[in-house]
Design a protein around this ligand. Structure first.
Ligand SMILES: C[S@@+](CC[C@H](N)C(=O)[O-])C[C@H]1O[C@@H](n2cnc3c(N)ncnc32)[C@H](O)[C@@H]1O
Length: 268
């Protein structure tokens, strides 16, 4: 990574787009704490390079509590990704709604994988200034709801599809159609994403798609088989701060709270 500063001050703080800076900031924050869970130092390097009103962002994303939420969510997804890539070293990786996430650096630092990161064009413009394409790493500027981009992703090998922090912002119809397009195009692979419980969706006007449980997705698309369903509270033991660890344990004991944010894994 180079060290020149990048101006993000034009990024809208309305709608869903700003949220990519929120998750980046929380991962950076978490990486700087003692005993980090994810330890995403790439996020910390990126934040250091970005010109943006991070003081305002800090008030909005509340690091100190929410850093664990993004770290636990990403750690589970990274672990599932690493296991899949060990079983399928030649796989294609397709990340949807990548924002400024650095998963490709965490899991493929030398750019040896066939890895595609997709987000809307304005986001990919910013992303390119932080993380240039290298090796086999490519970025796709498109909305997931558009039809044109999918044929550009090779379908000649197993695929690992990751959508972190994306599906709650789509409608049920958009998610359903996307999942069918994906399973129609790729013969075999895994789909990893996180879902919010209905009550959590109702708490924020930006969220639109709730997940009640993993079988709901199997009913939406019978090509998908539920292979993992892990509430982020399940890994509360990893939280180094004792008071937050106890809150997570308490949440895990209450079914409605345990299901607030869940990582899902599907095979097809
Ligand atoms: C909460 S951020 C998550 C970003 C990243 N995955 C992470 O964990 O840091 C949501 C991301 O979804 C992207 N997004 C929202 N709607 C999208 C769409 N229709 N097509 C592609 N990306 C979309 C946003 O631009 C944003 O980057």
């Amino acid at each position: 990574m180079t060290t020149d500063r990048i101006d993000f001050t034009s990024l809208s703080d309305e709608g869903v787009t700003w949220t990519l800076l929120g998750t980046l900031y929380l991962r950076a924050w978490e990486s700087r704490r003692p005993n980090p869970i994810l330890g995403d130092h790439y996020a910390a390097e990126a934040v250091d390079r970005i010109d943006y009103d991070f003081a305002k962002l800090r008030r909005r994303v509340l690091p100190g509590a929410n850093q664990y939420l993004v770290a636990l969510r990403a750690k589970q997804l990274d672990d599932w990704c690493a296991a899949f890539l060990t079983r399928h070293p030649d796989a294609t990786v397709l990340q949807l709604g990548c924002g400024l996430d650095s998963r490709m650096l965490r899991l493929d630092p030398r750019g040896e994988r066939n890895w595609f990161d997709l987000d809307v064009p304005g986001v990919i413009d910013l992303r390119r200034r932080l993380y240039p394409e290298r090796g086999r790493y490519r970025m796709i500027p498109a909305s997931v709801t558009d039809d044109a981009w999918l044929p550009k992703v090779p379908a000649d090998r197993p695929v690992l599809i990751v959508a972190e922090g994306l599906f709650p912002y789509l409608t049920e119809a958009e998610v359903g159609r996307l999942l069918h397009r994906l399973t129609d195009r790729f013969a075999t692979g895994e789909l990893l994403f996180d879902g919010l419980a209905p009550w959590a969706v109702r708490m924020n006007g930006l969220f639109r798609w709730p997940v009640r449980d993993g079988h709901q997705i199997e009913r939406m698309n019978p090509a998908l088989t539920l292979a993992g369903e892990v509430p982020i509270t399940a890994h509360g033991d990893l939280i180094p701060a004792r008071p937050v660890r106890l809150v997570y344990k308490l949440m895990h004991a209450v079914p409605a709270l345990r299901n607030s944010l869940v990582d899902y894994r599907f095979t097809f």
